[in-house]
Ligand binder design. Structure first.
Ligand code: SAH
Ligand code: SF4
Ligand code: F3S
Length: 469
């Protein structure tokens, strides 16, 4: 979930309203980072549509550029500053031509840097942290009066409550699979990670709000919902029965909503994988057999230094319990190589764990310092060359496992949710229960259908399949 996802179409809904001052404005939204940023960009896009903005696909066509940033990678902030430098030039050019350009920075770099952004890049009109998105229209209005605005507190009100509900038309435009944020923030404080600082403390949205949003999604034709949270399986809330629910109970309730045929969730922490959630995997055909369960490392010494608060053996035992409940479940993970103090032996422990678990896919990262986290000040920082070599070895192993997983799928009969047109007009792309893209003949059905197919062969950008008799 951490590769930079560029989604100029994240706000592709057609908003054509004019602002109360009679002007129609155009916004270009650029989204980096995790799915939660994609979701947040969509919600900000909805708010801006309400405010009279229309979304456009290029910076050149825009009156407002909104950059939704991610802070997880090295030099993330520096990259934002160089982007802002380019926008400053564009603004100058616009001003010379008698026009203007507004710039807003949102997301985790906005939260981490705050006012510093405006100091270093005066082109920026609004800096807005992830917990204050409901104040975006107001902040833009102030900025239009010539005031630069920085909103980076962690307010007590629910930001999603303050944002307009996504119009049905916009939900439809985004397709049959949707994200739904149920939880935000993190209290785990892994020693390498910025998320607890940029997203704040762990907060769960209420059952009512989540069910309300899921029902709206379903009535707009969404068939698959991915529940989002930095620590999604730490979600908890008071259920209709008056008891405290965990994610397992929530998923069970969501599965009863007519139209929602598939449910996923990401990202989970091993420590929050409780019995109710594992039982939901056992009992609910709607809960897809795919689980992203990062472990980060296979050495107990390193896990301890990372403050992961579980051992390698506990993780493996957990995987066994999950697989006992749902034998066909595919696992994915996140790994960091080259954490401070990681020896060759520690790294071999990671390789051993990967062999033992056998992943369908995984994200692998070289440790990189995030200023302000405990890892940044640890002794034993490793040389780049060591990290590079370990990363390559780990990636080879994981790629091998991913390919083997693809091969094992050949011959299997699976239900595909048809999501979008293929590259060729006579093809459609669907998702397997294991999240793989699968290419089929367009005659098989229409977008939004769930069709039964037999996987015929692995390809470079997905699997191929034919109708199953
Ligand atoms: N809440 C999620 C997402 C955390 S960020 C989780 O716990 O999995 C996503 C991934 O980025 C992490 O799992 C970790 O593998 C990687 N990551 C985070 N900080 C990092 C750092 N300083 N260096 C390298 N990788 C990092
Ligand atoms: Fe970061 Fe750890 Fe929280 Fe995940 S669990 S967001 S890695 S601190
Ligand atoms: Fe990046 Fe923030 Fe998501 S740092 S991964 S955008 S929570």
């Amino acid at each position: 979930m951490t590769q930079a996802i560029l989604t100029p179409d994240a706000n592709s809904q057609d908003g054509t309203g004019a602002h109360s001052d009679g002007q129609s404005r155009k916004v270009f939204v650029k989204t980096y980072g995790c799915q939660m940023n994609v979701y947040d960009s969509e919600r900000m896009g909805d708010a801006l549509t309400r405010d009279g903005y229309q979304s456009v696909d290029t910076v050149e066509a825009a009156d407002l550029v909104l950059i939704n940033t991610c802070h997880i990678r090295e030099k993330a902030a520096e990259k934002v500053y160089s982007q802002l430098g380019r926008l400053a030039k564009l603004k100058k050019q616009r001003n010379a031509e008698g026009g203007d350009l507004m710039v807003a920075v949102a997301g985790c770099v906005a939260q981490a840097e705050g006012r510093e952004i405006i100091r270093r890049a005066p082109v920026v009109d609004v800096v807005i942290g992830p917990q204050t998105y409901h104040r975006l229209p107001e902040a833009l209005a102030k900025a239009r009066q010539g005031e630069s605005v920085v909103e980076t507190e962690f307010p007590t009100e629910d930001k999603f409550d303050g944002l307009p509900k996504t119009p049905e038309k916009a939900i439809r435009a985004r397709g049959v699979a949707a994200f739904l944020t149920v939880q935000e923030g993190c209290d785990k404080f892994c020693t390498f990670c910025v998320v607890p600082y940029t997203r704040g403390a762990e907060v769960s949205r209420s059952v009512d709000r989540i069910l309300g949003e899921a029902e709206r999604l379903a009535s707009a034709g969404v068939r698959e919902v991915t529940l989002l949270g930095q620590n999604v399986n730490a979600w908890h809330g008071k259920g209709a029965d008056g008891r405290e629910w965990g994610l397992g109970e929530l998923v069970r309730r969501l599965a009863t909503i007519g139209g929602i045929d598939r449910i996923r969730y990401t990202t989970s922490h091993p420590r929050d994988m409780d019995d109710a959630l594992i039982e939901a995997h056992r009992d609910l055909p709607e809960l897809m057999p795919y689980l992203h369960l990062p472990v980060q490392a296979g050495s107990d010494r390193i896990l301890k230094a990372m403050n992961r608060r579980h051992t390698a053996a506990e993780y493996i035992r957990l995987v066994e319990r999950i697989r006992a409940a749902r034998p066909d479940i595919a696992l994915s993970g996140d790994f960091i190589v080259g954490f401070p103090g990681e020896t060759d032996e520690d790294f071999e422990d990671t390789m051993r764990l990967v062999r033992e678990v056998n992943y369908a896919s995984a994200f692998t990262f070289k440790y990189s310092i995030r200023p302000g986290t405990p890892g940044a000040d640890m002794e034993g920082q490793l040389e780049e060359a060591v990290k590079t070599e370990r990363l390559a070895r780990l990636q080879d192993l994981i790629n091998e496992q991913t390919r083997a997983f693809g091969r094992e799928c050949v011959g299997k009969v699976v239900d595909l949710l048809l999501e979008k047109p293929g590259r060729n007009t006579d093809q459609l792309i669907g998702r397997s229960p294991w999240l793989q893209p699968v290419i089929v003949d367009a005659k098989l059905g229409k977008i939004g259908d769930i069709v039964r197919v037999r996987i015929t062969q692995p390809g470079t950008s997905g699997l191929f399949a034919e109708p199953a008799e």
